[in-house]
Design a protein. Structure first.
Length: 340
């Protein structure tokens, strides 16, 4: 399959977190001929029951190209026109998978080895695949992580601090509210104070932001609610400890604050000759640890259409990404002391 056909084939396999199994199997089968032709080692890396990363290496993988297989809901199938490929995951990150595979194929055809491809589950939820890969060492010195950055090299990416906020009350007939205690009203008061909480800024990353992503609670319009819950996410730009302390203080005695996830902001590697950006989103990179080497972040498409009903990736971006990945691999192999 050519670059665009492969992108569409990947998009058309639903892989909403945590249901990546069919896509993992497709990639394993798709990469097998490449591994056989160029003496590669193809691996299934178990993450948990029914979920596995796919890794293929050609010699010691000094430079590894990596991105994720999973997508956010809802699934919708691919389509294309002269300029774009559309569909869930087209830019985040199945077009990137296709571009990385094409880059690896062309590098291998030219005689370049010491490269790897690592495709992961779980990035959209908790980086389960990257955390599992972090326990394994394959000799990598550099990892190029793919996310939609408009093919600009990201100098850093914000982190994530995710909470579940739960308020509890007492049920009563709504005609007699004095006999109950509204969990929803308590939760709304806490959320109001959290929205007013000062958030830090950073010269590289800019401002931290807070999003209240979900709210649920109550039983019926005529019942004083005894339970309410919200999920919120703070995009980190600095040390999370002061923010954690502030959340704890605001919720104390009023609601329960359960920390679900904390991924720090990271500063990333740079290379001469590439336009740069800063990513306001979070990636798998903090979960990789040290076993996969110095991280870089770059990929085709824009994050502004990821997670939307208009998700798409420019075909020219995909073509350019193949060239960019090939160029970066060659530069980093040279930096690692590998022969051409």
């Amino acid at each position: 399959m050519d670059l665009f056909a492969l992108t569409r084939a990947l998009v058309d396999i639903e892989s909403t977190t945590p249901s990546e199994g069919r896509l993992s199997e497709f990639l394993f089968q798709h990469l097998a001929p490449l591994a056989n032709r160029y003496g590669g080692k193809l691996e299934r890396m178990n993450v948990e029951a029914g979920r596995e990363n796919i890794f293929v290496s050609f010699g010691v993988p000094l430079v590894t190209l990596s991105t994720h297989m999973d997508t956010v809901p809802p699934f919708f199938a691919s389509s294309e026109n002269e300029t774009h490929v559309f569909g869930r995951g087209s830019c985040d990150a199945k077009g990137i998978i296709a571009a990385m595979i094409e880059a690896a194929r062309r590098l291998l055809e030219s005689g370049t080895t010491n490269i790897g491809l690592l495709f992961l589950v779980g990035e959209e939820r908790n980086s389960a695949g990257a955390l599992a890969a972090a326990k394994i060492s394959r000799g990598a010195r550099y990892i190029i992580n793919g996310e939609p950055t408009e093919n600009r090299l990201a100098l850093g990416s914000k982190g994530s601090l995710r909470y579940q906020i739960t308020a509890r009350g007492r049920m009563a007939h709504s005609a007699y509210p004095e006999l109950g205690e509204s969990a929803i009203e308590k939760l709304l008061d806490v959320l109001t104070d959290l929205r007013r909480m000062p958030l830090p800024s950073d010269l590289l990353f800019g401002a931290s932001t807070l999003n209240i992503g979900t709210i649920e609670g109550g039983r019926a319009p005529n019942v004083i609610p005894d339970h309410a819950r919200a999920e919120l996410l703070i995009r980190l730009v600095a040390d999370p400890v002061p923010l954690k302390q502030a959340v704890t203080k605001i919720c104390a005695g009023r609601a329960e604050a359960e920390e679900v996830l904390c991924i720090p902001a990271v500063r990333l590697g740079s290379l001469d000759g590439y336009p740069t950006t800063v990513a306001s989103f979070t990636t798998d990179i903090p979960a990789f640890g040290v076993n996969w080497g110095t991280p870089f972040l770059i990929g085709p498409g824009t994050i502004h259409v990821a997670h939307t009903s208009e998700e798409r990736v420019p075909k020219q971006d995909l073509r350019d990404a193949v060239e960019i990945y090939m160029r970066m691999v060659k530069q980093l192999r040279s930096a690692a002391g590998a022969s051409s």
